[in-house]
Write a protein that binds this ligand. Structure first.
Ligand code: BES
Ligand code: MN
Ligand code: ZN
Length: 499
C-alpha cells in the first residue's frame, strides 16, 4: 500500500475513488468537520440533509456512505462519526478510522483520501497522521490464509491523507509523519504474519529464516545465529534446558542495526521471547485453548517488526535485537520439575515448573546481550497468564529497574495508542523465588505472577538499564495477532532518535 500526503486544492476537487470525512457531535447533534462542510456547500446541502434528519448524529464510529454528490469530483463520500470534538483524542481517532475501514471493507475502491484531522494543529496533527496510517493498515491487514478457497483481495492501492489547513505546517514534516506511520504498519504486519502462522510452520528455524530476510533487505542490518552447540559453548544451560525437549533445534538470533553516525555508539537492545509453541513441557498445559500458545513467540515477532520499522524510518540509532527461539515440548529429553540447570550468568536455577519456560530462555539472552554494552535493554515476552488477569488485552505491563525508562516507555505508548502500565518490583516479591537447592526457583507462586516473573529476569539484568514488557494480553486478541508492541517500541525509538 502506498501512503502519501494529498495535495488537492479542496475536498470537492479531490479525484480519489472515495473520501472519508469527519462529522463530530455537539449536544447530540451532528456537527460537520471542515472537509465535510466544504463538500456540503458544493453539493448544496447533501450532507446536512442527512444530519438534519437525525439519522446521523456524529457519535463515535457511526458511518454513512454517499454516492455521486452534485458538484463533487469523487464518486463516494464516507461520513464518519467522530464523537465530541473536545474528546477526539488518539483513542477516538483510532476507533473512527477502524469504523471507516470496516464500512469500506467490501468496496472496490482503488484510492482513498482521508480527512479526519480538522481539529488538530501542529505537532498533534502530525501524530494524528501517523495514527491514521497505522489504524488504516491495521484494519486492512489480511489474515494469512490456509483455506483452500481464498478470500477477496483488497483492490485498494493508495491512501492519501488530506488536511483542511496544511499551509500552516511544513510539508516535509507532514510527509515524514505519514512515512513513519507506513513504516510502523510494515513492522506490525511482519509481527502479525509471524505470530499468526501455526506452530508447525513457524518454528525457531522459520523465525531465523524470516530474520535473515529482514537482514538481507537492509544494508545496515547484519545477522548472526547461535545454534545449540554454540550456546552450549557459551554455557547457556538455562535456554538449552527448554529447547532440548523438542526435535526442533533452538536458535538464538542476533541482529545488529547500525543507523547512528557513530557506528560505535552504545546500542539499544531489544530481546524477544520466541517460544514457537508452548505446551508447558512436562508441566503440561490443559488442552482447552492450547492452540493459542502458537502466539508465544509474540515477543520475538514484535522485536523483529520493530527492527523493520526502525530500518524503514532510517532512525539514526544503533540497535541490537536478540530473539530467543525454542519450542517447549514434553519428551523423554525434556526437563523435569525439580531439575537444576546452570545459566550463562553462572546462577543455578531449579526448574520447579517447566511451563515457566519463557524466563528460562530469556535469562540467557539477557546475559548474552550484556556484551554489547547496551545503553538500555528492553525485553518483550508473552510471559504470564497473570498479566492478562491484571490488565486484560488493552494495556501491557512494564516493569523496570529504572523508573525514568519506564516513564519513557509509557509516554511513547500514550502517544501512539499502544499503552503500557508500570507494575512494581522489589525484594518482597523477589523472596518468592527462593529455592531450597539452587540460587533461584523459576516460579514464585500464584500471587503477583507477573511481578515475580520480572523479578526472576531482574536477577540477570543488573549491569544495565532494563525494562520488561509483559505482552501476554496485548500481543493477541481473540484468535488474532495484534502487531503490538511494535507501535509502542517504534515510538520509543523515534523519541530516542530525536532526543
Ligand atoms: N506463555 C505462557 C504465558 C501465557 C499464558 C501467555 C496464557 C498467554 C496466555 C508462559 O510460558 C506460562 O506458561 N506461564 C505460566 C507461569 C507459571 C507456570 C508460573 C503461567 O502464566 O501460568
Ligand atoms: Mn509456559
Ligand atoms: Zn510461554
Amino acid at each position: 500500500m502506498q501512503y502519501e500526503l494529498d495535495t488537492s486544492t479542496s475536498p470537492s476537487a479531490n479525484k480519489s475513488d472515495c473520501l472519508i470525512v469527519a462529522v463530530f457531535s455537539k449536544n447530540n447533534k451532528a456537527n460537520l468537520g471542515d472537509a465535510a462542510k466544504e463538500l456540503d456547500k458544493q453539493s448544496k446541502g447533501a450532507l446536512s440533509e442527512i444530519t438534519k434528519s437525525g439519522d446521523f448524529d456524529g457519535s463515535l464510529e457511526q458511518t454513512q456512505l454517499l454516492y455521486k454528490l452534485d458538484g463533487v469530483a469523487t464518486s463516494r463520500v464516507l461520513m464518519v462519526g467522530c464523537g465530541e470534538k473536545k474528546s477526539f483524542d488518539t483513542v477516538a481517532l483510532n476507533k473512527a478510522m477502524k469504523a471507516a475501514s470496516k464500512a469500506l471493507k467490501s468496496s472496490k475502491i482503488k484510492d482513498l483520501c482521508i480527512y479526519l484531522t480538522d481539529s488538530y494543529k501542529n505537532k498533534e496533527q502530525l501524530n494524528a497522521l501517523t495514527q491514521i496510517v497505522i489504524a488504516q493498515a491495521d484494519t486492512n491487514y489480511q489474515l494469512l490464509d490456509y483455506k483452500s478457497e481464498s478470500k477477496d483481495e483488497t483492490t485498494l492501492r493508495k491512501v492519501s491523507l488530506g488536511l483542511a489547513d496544511f499551509d500552516k505546517l511544513d510539508k516535509s514534516d507532514l510527509s515524514k509523519a505519514i512515512k513513519n506511520g507506513a513504516a510502523i504498519a510494515k513492522g506490525m504486519s511482519l509481527a502479525k504474519d509471524l505470530a499468526n502462522h501455526p506452530g508447525n510452520v513457524c518454528t525457531p528455524t522459520y523465525i531465523a529464516e524470516q530474520a535473515d530476510v529482514v537482514a538481507n533487505d537492509y544494508a545496515n542490518i547484519s545477522i548472526d545465529i547461535l545454534e545449540e552447540k554454540d550456546m552450549a559453548k557459551l554455557g547457556m544451560g538455562s535456554f538449552l534446558s527448554v529447547s532440548k525437549g523438542s526435535d526442533e533445534p533452538g536458535k538464538m538470533i542476533i541482529l545488529e542495526y547500525k543507523g547512528a553516525k557513530d557506528k560505535d555508539q552504545a546500542p539499544i537492545a531489544l530481546v524477544g521471547k520466541g517460544i514457537t509453541f508452548d505446551t508447558g513441557g512436562i508441566s503440561l498445559k490443559p488442552g482447552a485453548s492450547m492452540d493459542e500458545m502458537k502466539f508465544d513467540m509474540g515477543g520475538a515477532a514484535g522485536m523483529l517488526g520493530t527492527l523493520k520499522a526502525c530500518a524503514e524510518m532510517k532512525l539514526p540509532i544503533n540497535l541490537v535485537v536478540v530473539l530467543a527461539a525454542a519450542e517447549n515440548m514434553p519428551s523423554a529429553r525434556a526437563s523435569k520439575p525439580g531439575d537444576i540447570v546452570t545459566s550463562m550468568s553462572g546462577k543455578t536455577i531449579e526448574v520447579l515448573n517447566t511451563d515457566a519456560e519463557g524466563r528460562l530462555v530469556l535469562c540467557d539472552a539477557l546475559t548474552y546481550v550484556g556484551k554489547y554494552n547496551p545503553e538500555v535493554v528492553i525485553d518483550a515476552a508473552t510471559l504470564t497468564g497473570a498479566c492478562i488477569i491484571a490488565l486484560g488485552h488493552h494495556i501491557c505491563a512494564v516493569l523496570s529497574n529504572d523508573d525514568g525508562l519506564a516513564s519513557d516507555i509509557m509516554n511513547a505508548g500514550n502517544t501512539i495508542n499502544d499503552r503500557a502500565w508500570q507494575l512494581p518490583m522489589g525484594d518482597d516479591y523477589k523472596k518468592q523465588l527462593k529455592s531450597s537447592f539452587a540460587d533461584l526457583g523459576n516460579i514464585g507462586g500464584r500471587a503477583a505472577g507477573t511481578i515475580t516473573a520480572a523479578c526472576f529476569l531482574g536477577e540477570f539484568t543488573k549491569d544495565y538499564k532494563w525494562a520488561h514488557l509483559d505482552i501476554a494480553g496485548t500481543a493477541w486478541e481473540g484468535k488474532d495477532a495484534t502487531g503490538r508492541p511494535v507501535p509502542l517500541l517504534s515510538q520509543y525509538l523515534i523519541n530516542k532518535a530525536s532526543a
